[in-house]
Ligand binder design. Structure first.
Ligand SMILES: Nc1ncnc2c1ncn2[C@@H]1O[C@H](COP(=O)(O)OP(=O)(O)OP(=O)(O)O)[C@@H](O)[C@H]1O
Ligand SMILES: [Mg+2]
Length: 142
């Protein structure tokens, strides 16, 4: 499925429709270059799920941030950018976040794609050549 997003408001609308179909245990891999909007989309999804507070303290703060959402759901927003390889990611014990009550939103999963669950929804965000607020989105569900 391909979607043309023309501004941040449209990205928030997309986040709301994604959030409406999210269940505990779901994993989303957000792909795109630096500044594509992966964090923007992740935060918009979290807000749609009822996250209002700051990130809960986490020992692996920069890499995994944990949030409480509505209905007992918990969100793990991860950024694997600074990790070197699969061993690094694996050592974080990320697999616990791939089951209920967690929903995982992962940036730079390219560092260790083999650790993602088979059921991961992949969202590709591409910049536009001419308009700085436009994004081209592709969503791939298994
Ligand atoms: N339609 C849009 N959707 C999302 N972000 C947009 C849009 N238009 C402009 N932006 C801006 O693009 C930037 C996206 O930054 P963001 O931090 O989300 O990127 P990122 O993909 O997470 O990058 P990084 O790989 O560094 O983590 C923000 O400054 C945001 O305001
Ligand atoms: Mg980011």
């Amino acid at each position: 499925m391909s979607i043309l997003i023309e501004n941040e408001a449209a990205m928030i609308t997309l986040a709301e429709s994604l959030a409406a179909n999210i269940n505990a245990g779901d994993c989303f891999a957000l792909h795109g270059e630096l500044g594509a909007g992966k964090s923007f989309l992740a935060r918009a999804i979290m807000r749609s799920l009822g996250v209002t507070d700051e990130a809960l303290p986490s020992p692996t703060f920069a890499i995994i941030q944990e949030y409480d959402a509505n209905d007992g759901l918990k969100i793990a927003h991860m950024d694997w950018y600074r990790l070197e390889d699969v061993m690094d990611v694996d050592n974080l014990g990320v697999t616990e976040f791939f089951a209920a009550p967690w929903v995982s939103l992962i940036e730079w999963s390219e560092r260790a794609p083999e650790l993602l669950p088979q059921s991961t929804t992949h969202i590709y965000i591409e910049l536009d050549d001419t308009d700085i607020n436009t994004r081209h989105i592709r969503i791939e569900k298994p």
